[in-house]
Design a protein around this ligand. Structure first.
Ligand code: SF4
Length: 58
């Protein structure tokens, strides 16, 4: 069983990601990579967590 501990510096509510604590809205990674899929990002929705990994099948 993987023992995860939350990183209090990275809040995240994406429970579908295997790095999410689920019971709390935090990430368990030491560091994440954030990027964008837009040529000229203007709103939060333009950004992506590139450390996302689907809970099943990643
Ligand atoms: S890797 Fe990204 S999407 Fe996954 S829990 Fe951490 S911050 Fe959230």
């Amino acid at each position: 069983m993987e023992n995860k501990s939350k990183n209090e510096s990275i809040k995240c509510s994406v429970s579908q990601c295997k790095h999410n604590m689920v019971t709390e809205d935090y990430c368990c990674l030491d560091c994440i990579s954030v990027g964008t899929h837009e040529p000229d990002p203007e709103v939060p929705e333009c950004t992506d967590c590139n450390s996302f990994c689907k809970r099943t099948g990643c």
